[in-house]
Design a protein around this ligand. Structure first.
Ligand code: 5GP
Length: 139
């Protein structure tokens, strides 16, 4: 497994060098809308500490991250009225990982509506901004 590269897209989003539709931030965690969502409300939750993926993350980082992920998932369910949600997390390119900073996907699921493919189509930024605002309000 390669090393963590501190200049990856998500590290730059945390530093504010690349814009995002932010949902949540505290001292350890950052959450924002996925720009190529698989469903309405698809969001990403990342630790501020750099790790490439699940394998090299510290136990304490993971313990904190999953609790924050659940909190944000609850807010997404309220804001979107989704029927359920998936948590996804990919490790290494063979498994579909494309950004090498640990992240959990929260992917809302709606009865009868299939998920779009992973990372394929960029969403309308006005819609992403409106969703981020609704999710923030539900937190
Ligand atoms: P992975 O394939 O590594 O699990 O997921 C990376 C995710 O990041 C994809 O779902 C992709 O749509 C999303 N993504 C890639 N680049 C950006 C970006 O610049 N901003 C945001 N908000 N999401 C991104």
């Amino acid at each position: 497994m390669s090393d963590y590269e501190p200049d990856n897209i998500f590290a730059r989003i945390i530093k504010g060098e690349i814009p995002c539709h932010k949902i949540f931030e505290d001292e350890t965690t950052f959450a924002f809308m996925d720009i190529m969502p698989q469903s309405k409300g698809h969001a990403l939750v990342i630790p501020k500490t750099g790790s490439r993926n699940l394998i090299d993350a510290k136990d304490a980082v993971l313990a904190d991250l999953i609790v924050k992920t659940r909190r944000i998932a609850r807010a997404i369910l309220v804001a979107t009225e989704a029927d359920g949600f998936r948590i996804a997390q990919f490790n290494e390119p063979a498994a579909g990982q494309t950004v090498f900073h640990l992240h959990f996907h929260i992917i809302p699921v709606y009865e009868g509506i299939p998920l779009r493919p992973h990372g394929e189509q960029e969403a309308d930024h006005g819609q992403l901004a409106a969703l981020a605002e609704m999710i923030r309000a539900a937190l």
